[in-house]
Design a protein around this ligand. Structure first.
Ligand code: GLU
Length: 487
């Protein structure tokens, strides 16, 4: 039998990073087994489901490359299917209408709490006569449909990750399967669809484990064979707390917008609860597909290590071909404002300028952990006028090097602007003046970039080109002199 798995997000929010891992595991399992990966949209919560969320979920999955072989099936478009099943249950006496109002249910709950009894629906509507029902109907009460929960039945979940888990129906009650608006509840629609779509394996988050006995009951009343379940461990932050918004990014679009590459995210996500036999960390997607089995999935909680994610991303960034890097960096440069007035277009259209941009990328490809760092680190390249802070310039106010900048400028005026030539020119120059290389290099770096940390200053000079280098040195010296001798 060929494997059929599904990812079944509810469009009640953006795609959470934990759900992205669930989608990935299902996708990988399908690919490894040469099976089918199905997308199902669980949108039966009419108040909380939103079109915008569905759009971001679909585009995030596409961005990650987790494309589906079938679907998306939307539960809201399959209402008649659930209604028909509900009718079958009613006919067989496995379900009944319940007219209890929310306030009546709240009273029952209060009573149970006082009597220290479990919070289970007491089944009071199970045996309503048709007269009682018509009275309720005439009062305008809208009923829900409840499943009759059998007494003392043992349910076993065969969990591919956790082993056998046993439940007794003692812990359940006659739970609702269809709401008063006619929409099925999650457990009912989910079991019905998993069966109808021929799902062989349900891989989902551990938080759904408590739903599984209810779904098994639904399989049981219909006489369906349940799929194999696999409940994935919870993802915790470094303090072993649930990943929360406050601690940083939790939604996939945030990772995307801060410059993580999909390949890196996938590689990182797969390691949150799965390891290959050799415990290898960085793997290509095809390698992961080839190695991914449920045996490697662990049940202990996964710890989300943000630093590791950044490390993983930097590994993928440094392997990007320069042209791809540029393509991927463009939205980040645009967002930073570096593309204003067609600046970026001008660069991309001129072969000479583009060649410089390539050199710039080569200088930074190994330095950025996320693509959104690139515009910040290279702003000096994209902006003509870079601000110099007096507070930083002050450092060099009394330094020896400053006195020699005019002379140094003349030396490089005719130099060939390659890092090697520039370095030789500077070193010869400082030797002849009895200076240390740092006497020139440190202020020079600041004049050119407005930053005290950068890649090699000679490489920076070469990518900036002669004209901009000379202008910036002149401006730096001038500003420094103004600082020393305010007018
Ligand atoms: N709609 C559920 C969720 O988003 C899916 C649960 C399941 O996979 O069964 O969590």
């Amino acid at each position: 039998m060929s494997v059929r798995v599904r990812f079944a997000p509810s469009p009640t929010g953006r795609l959470h990073i934990g759900s992205a891992r669930t989608a990935l595991y299902n996708w990988l399992f399908a690919k490894h087994e040469k099976g089918t990966f199905i997308l199902r949209i669980e949108d039966t919560d009419r108040e909380r489901s939103k079109k915008e969320y569905l759009q971001t979920i679909l585009s995030d999955l596409t961005w990650l490359g987790l494309t589906w072989d079938e679907g998306p099936y939307c539960q809201s478009e399959r209402l008649s299917f659930y209604q028909e099943l509900a009718q079958q249950l009613l006919n067989k006496g496995n379900a009944y209408y319940c007219y209890c109002t929310p306030s009546e249910l709240a009273l029952k709950k209060e009573k149970a709490v006082l009597e220290k009894k479990p919070l289970r629906y007491d089944g009071s509507c199970r045996k309503l006569t048709s007269t009682q029902r018509s009275i309720y109907e005439s009062e305008g009460r809208k009923p829900v449909l409840r499943l009759v929960c059998p007494e003392n039945v043992h349910l076993t979940v065969h969990d591919a990750i956790r082993g056998e888990i046993n439940f007794s129906t003692e812990v359940l009650d006659d739970f609702i399967i269809v709401k008063s608006d006619g929409f099925p509840v999650y457990n009912f629609a989910c079991a019905a669809d998993d069966h109808d779509l021929g799902i062989t394996h349900v891989l989902r988050g551990e938080e759904h484990l408590s739903n599984t006995p209810r779904q098994l009951l639904i399989y049981r009343v219909f006489g369906w064979v349940p799929p194999i379940f696999g409940h994935l461990s919870i993802i915790l932050d470094e303090n072993r707390k649930k990943l929360s918004k406050r601690e940083g990014s939790t939604f996939l679009d945030e990772f995307r917008e801060s410059g993580f590459l999909p390949e890196a995210l996938l590689n990182f996500l797969v390691l949150l609860g799965w390891a290959s036999d050799e415990n290898k960390e960085k793997m290509s997607l095809s390698e992961i597909v080839q190695k991914f089995t449920l045996n490697g999935v662990t049940k202990s909680p996964a710890i989300f290590d943000f630093k590791k994610l950044e490390w993983m991303n930097s590994q993928y960034i440094r392997e990007l071909p320069v042209e791809n890097f540029i393509k991927l960096a463009i939205p980040f440069l645009e967002k930073a404002g570096w593309a204003a007035d067609g600046a970026l277009k001008t660069i991309l259209l001129s072969e000479d300028k583009k060649e410089r941009l390539r050199s710039l990328v080569m200088l930074y490809r190994e330095r950025v952990k996320r693509l959104n760092e690139f515009p910040v680190l290279t702003r000096y390249y994209f902006l003509e006028d870079i601000p110099l802070e007096f507070s930083t310039l002050k450092k060099w106010a009394d330094s020896k090097g400053i006195l020699f900048f005019e002379e140094f400028l003349k030396k490089i005026q005719d130099a060939f602007f390659t890092p090697e030539v520039l370095e030789r020119t500077l070193r010869d120059f400082v030797d002849s003046k009895g200076l240390k290389a740092g006497d020139l290099i440190h202020p020079l770096r600041y004049f050119l970039t407005g930053q005290e940390v950068s890649p090699g200053v000679f490489e920076v000079m070469a990518v900036l080109g002669k004209e901009r280098t000379l202008t910036r040195i002149q401006k730096g010296v001038l500003t420094l002199n103004q600082l020393k001798n305010p007018a």
